[in-house]
Design a protein around this ligand. Structure first.
Ligand code: FES
Length: 278
């Protein structure tokens, strides 16, 4: 799939004035899985609104575990900065695979370790797929479907799009990792920065365009955020704002691979540019 606008969850609202002191100290982060276009954000926003209407929590916000932004850490950070002292993290998507079940508490604990100066508690809710209420919802959807018409009723004409039948010319093809571990290291924000820089330089169109494809995990998660630039086969790791800016200017525009940011395939572990051995 080609890259498209990545979903970005709602910002944290101000609390309603009538909440009790206990409620003012509690916040909720609903976790979604991202995807293409605005639909994942709209879905997550609807769930956020539903929780807000309960009136039990001062702050309710969202984050994406992959293929979107903000990251879990960013959402936790923003609630903590609002003065929230107990945060309920709720995986509001299905399915939640085994690696995510293992990895999610690790990510939260890592964030807490970084914030050892605070007394924030973070609680992980049961995954949505494990909850009995999901069975009720599915049964209701099946019953509702009994009343719906055949899919051919009032269907728009399917014209097809000829642009999907060609491979546009391009100079560089980027594989940009939006897997779970890179997403938690704010790859969504970095991708936005990359696209903005390329747009300003008019490098996202024309025969010499840079094509960006968002991917799932590219494997060396400990070196994330990761991006690969073809045809050069340059693996860029531990990306940050400075690396993105320089890669755009020196590699994508200037044609020079920046060895200081690369981690080419090899049998041995790399050191990240910040010196941390992984
Ligand atoms: S999630 Fe990006 S390399 Fe694994």
């Amino acid at each position: 799939m080609s890259d498209n606008a990545i979903p970005s969850a709602a910002t944290t609202p101000s609390p309603p004035a009538e909440l009790s002191q206990d409620a003012l100290l509690q916040g909720v982060v609903l976790l979604g899985k991202g995807g293409y276009g605005d639909a994942p954000k709209a879905e997550l926003d609807r769930m956020i609104s539903a929780v807000r209407t309960s009136g039990r929590y001062a702050f309710v916000t969202g984050a994406f575990v992959e293929q979107g932004s903000p990251s879990i850490e960013s959402a936790l950070e923003s609630l903590s900065n609002e003065g929230v002292r107990r945060i309920l993290v709720v995986p509001a998507f299905v399915p939640m695979d085994r690696s995510l079940r293992v990895w999610l508490p690790k990510i939260v604990r890592r964030w807490l370790r970084k914030r050892s100066d605070t007394n924030v508690d973070v609680v992980l809710a049961d995954p949505l797929g494990d909850h009995h209420a999901l069975g009720d919802a599915i049964r209701q959807i099946v019953v509702d479907a009994e009343r719906r018409p055949d899919v051919r009723t009032n269907a728009p004409r399917d014209r097809g799009d000829p642009s999907w039948s060609r491979n546009p010319p391009h100079k560089h093809h980027l594989l940009f990792c939006m897997g779970p571990r890179c997403t938690t290291q704010d790859s969504g924000e970095l991708l936005h920065r990359l696209r903005t820089a390329l747009e300003k330089r008019r490098m996202l169109s024309g025969p010499d365009q840079v094509r960006i494809t968002r991917t799932g995990c590219l494997y060396p998660c400990n070196l994330g955020p990761v991006m690969v630039v073809y045809p050069d086969g340059a693996w860029y790791c531990a990306l940050d704002n400075e690396a993105i800016d320089r890669i755009v200017e020196r590699h994508l525009e200037g044609g020079i691979v920046l060895d200081e940011f690369t981690c080419p395939p090899a049998a041995h572990p790399y050191k990240r540019p910040n010196g941390v051995h992984v």
